[in-house]
Design a protein around this ligand. Structure first.
Ligand code: PLP
Ligand code: COI
Length: 341
């Protein structure tokens, strides 16, 4: 199979239309059989629930070409579970988990020509999502839904690849206590658009959101969880009910402890402690692990000892181990890798 003529090494995190997408529609209380289609356009009612009341949730995962030329995806079962959790919180019908995995596999297979080659630095980003598609004008859930999976080849989420980022404390909140921060609802990202545009305009790469109730504890950024490394080498990640349970973060914490032998802590992290950490990174499917060099708190800077030129040593070790597992250079824990071909 011949790959598309794409400049893989210079891709950014953008959308490129690929050949096929998977679609299944929910009507009269049931999902149809679903199939791959070519049409990338969607026609829905002007009054569709997704358009009026943002009834939509999504997932993000990646397909990788391994060192020995296989195509694999990383822990799609956890994305299937998380989409189910999101759907339930948004009063949407659950798309069965085994069908979710099958849809991901079929969509990647159908777009094999777009899976970036091993070593190119790019990957195939997979975006499963669902939305309420029929007209509702009173505030209530839709009766009809579409589940769709498309793919797009991507490069690094942050420009400059793995260069340390400068982030700032946000004065806006992304999620409310007891709200929807723990699910992957489109509405959470709409909330973050104003603060991210403002952050970029002011020269920052991302926002650090603090807990909305007290503004004393670290939550996450608009698209990734935090990992910190203490000066004595413990890996710490914030625990909160209003952050997205990142699959990358859960995988890294497991690998850190069980494979690399670090001490790990998932606990509340007060912003006051952050100045004492040795390293800071953002982790997620899109972000992989992106090192943070500096945090700006209303003009007061916290500069991590790892500096602005490269990843700190522990972050690097985690990065190498995670990407090693994803690209087939290192053995994966049982069940983490779904081989597509
Ligand atoms: N937090 C937010 C708000 C996200 O959008 C993402 C991306 O999916 C993550 C964290 C990282 O989650 P994961 O590692 O499952 O991609
Ligand atoms: C992902 O990492 O998959 C996400 O959905 C994050 C988003 C900011 C692109």
């Amino acid at each position: 199979m011949e790959k598309k003529n794409i400049d893989w090494a210079n891709l950014d995190f953008g959308y490129i239309k690929t050949d096929k997408r998977y679609v299944s529609n929910f009507k009269d209380g049931a999902w149809d059989d679903g199939c791959l289609i070519e049409d990338d356009q969607i026609t829905i009612s002007e009054c569709a629930c997704v358009l009026q009341y943002a009834q939509t949730c999504f997932e993000g995962l990646k397909a990788y070409t391994t060192e020995d030329g296989r195509i694999v995806v990383f822990r799609p079962d956890l994305n299937a579970q998380r989409l189910e959790d999101s759907a339930k919180r948004l009063e949407m019908p659950v798309f069965p988990q085994e069908r979710f995995i099958d849809a991901v596999v079929k969509t990647v297979e159908a777009n094999e020509a777009y899976v970036p080659p091993y070593g190119s630095g790019a990957t195939l980003y997979i975006r499963p999502y669902m939305f309420g598609s029929n007209a509702v004008i009173g505030v209530k859930p839709a009766d009809e839904y579409q589940f769709r999976v498309f793919t797009t080849p991507v490069g690094p989420y942050f420009k400059g690849g793995v260069k340390p980022l400068t982030i700032r404390i946000s004065d806006y909140d992304r999620a409310a206590p007891h709200g929807t921060g723990h699910i992957k609802a489109g509405l959470n990202y709409a909330m973050s658009l104003y603060p991210i545009v403002d952050a970029h305009e002011k020269g920052f790469d991302e926002n650090m959101y603090l807990d909305p109730a007290t503004r004393t504890k670290v939550e996450e950024t608009g698209g990734a969880n935090f990992l910190f490394v203490t000066k004595d080498g413990t890996i710490v990640t914030p625990k909160s009910n209003s952050i997205l349970p990142s699959i990358t973060r859960r995988s890294l914490m497991y690998v850190a402890k069980e494979v690399l032998g670090y001490k790990t802590e998932e606990r509340e992290v007060y912003f006051d402690e952050v100045k004492d950490f040795a390293e800071c990174g953002l982790c997620g499917t899109a972000a992989v692990i992106s090192p943070v060099g500096k945090i700006n708190d209303h003009g007061k800077e916290i500069c991590f000892p790892s500096g602005m030129n490269e990843m700190g040593p522990v972050t690097k070790k985690l990065y190498d181990t995670l990407t090693g597992i994803q690209m087939g250079r290192l053995e994966a824990p049982e069940g983490w890798i779904k081989v597509i071909k």
